[in-house]
Ligand binder design. Structure first.
Ligand SMILES: [Zn+2]
Length: 293
């Protein structure tokens, strides 16, 4: 599932390509992927110019010059792929063969055709993703965004803000961090990575974390997300190259997807367990589960 760094990589890549471009037509191949009224699409999307691309958590927001915006959530298997008129292809999201196959294919749900001949494909094999059309003025009031915690790389993500969200929670810290109201944009990969860097067992309850552990975790989230964005920056351009598909960060992961491989800190084999219903990777040596006193 694309998390904050993946969505940010797609956003910054598409921003350069799409800002100022005019949408000539749309093709909605699966209605539930973009459940907007045909008339509204004709009035507010077709003929509109892309004015900005923003992001909140894992949600991308495409602002149009018609005072409407498209909110895009890639969920489990979503991809956004730009096929430029000159043949160059760029994009990102859940890695599948669709990234290199001829498009549209059987995972394509929505296509935006631009006046200059570029085409943007919204592919989504599992169909959990969506595109929502709404007035730009209403984006910030959307319930998904109002419930969302602060951005981990913003100045609002202070230690006191983090502590206030986490320190009284009587549930495993992994579940607390997956909850988008704690911090925006974290998912299974980067929660595992941050907990390993902070040397905290994912089953530790928020309420049982010491001030030192809370501080380590707060800093680890910033470090991991910053690094992931830096490394994903190359994925956007190079995803055609097979190595690029899984992304720069994946190659550098501390624990995620590295079951039985040595921990980068102590060489103990990485363990895989289930926490909050998700496959979870830990170092059993670095991330000891404290017994409650
Ligand atoms: Zn270790």
């Amino acid at each position: 599932m694309p998390e904050l760094p993946e969505v940010e990589t797609i956003r910054s890549g598409l921003e350069r390509e799409l800002t100022g471009q005019l949408i000539a037509s749309t093709e909605i191949l699966f209605a539930k992927s973009m459940p907007a009224l045909e008339q509204l699409i004709a009035d507010r999307v077709v003929g509109a110019k892309v004015s900005a691309l923003r992001r909140r958590g894992k949600v991308m927001i495409v602002d149009l010059d018609t005072h409407y915006s498209l909110m895009v959530h890639l969920k489990m298997t979503g991809q956004l792929i730009l096929q430029r008129a000159d043949g160059v292809r760029r994009g990102g999201g859940h890695p599948t063969k669709s990234m290199v196959r001829e498009l549209p294919d059987n995972s394509t749900r929505v296509v935006f055709n631009f006046r200059g001949g570029d085409r943007l494909f919204f592919n989504d094999q599992r169909k959990f993703g969506w595109i929502k059309l709404l007035p730009t003025a209403e984006v910030e009031q959307d319930s998904l965004l109002t419930r969302m915690g602060v951005e981990p790389l913003s100045t609002e993500f202070t230690f006191s803000n983090f502590t206030a969200k986490v320190a009284r929670r009587k549930s495993p810290i992994k579940a607390v961090l997956l909850d988008q109201s704690t911090v925006a944009g974290l998912g299974n990969i980067y929660v595992d990575e941050a907990l390993h860097l902070a040397r905290i067992h994912p089953l530790t309850h928020g309420i049982d974390l010491s001030p030192t552990e809370l501080r380590r975790l707060h800093q680890a989230i910033i470090t991991i997300i910053t690094r992931a964005i830096e490394l994903k920056g190359t994925t956007f351009r190079n995803f055609r190259n097979h190595k690029g598909e899984s992304g720069g960060y994946f190659e550098m992961a501390r624990v995620f997807g590295r079951t039985n491989q040595p921990c980068p800190e102590c060489s103990t084999p990485i363990d895989k367990l289930r926490v909050a219903g998700r496959g979870t990777h830990i170092c059993p040596q670095c991330q000891l589960l404290k017994t409650r006193t």
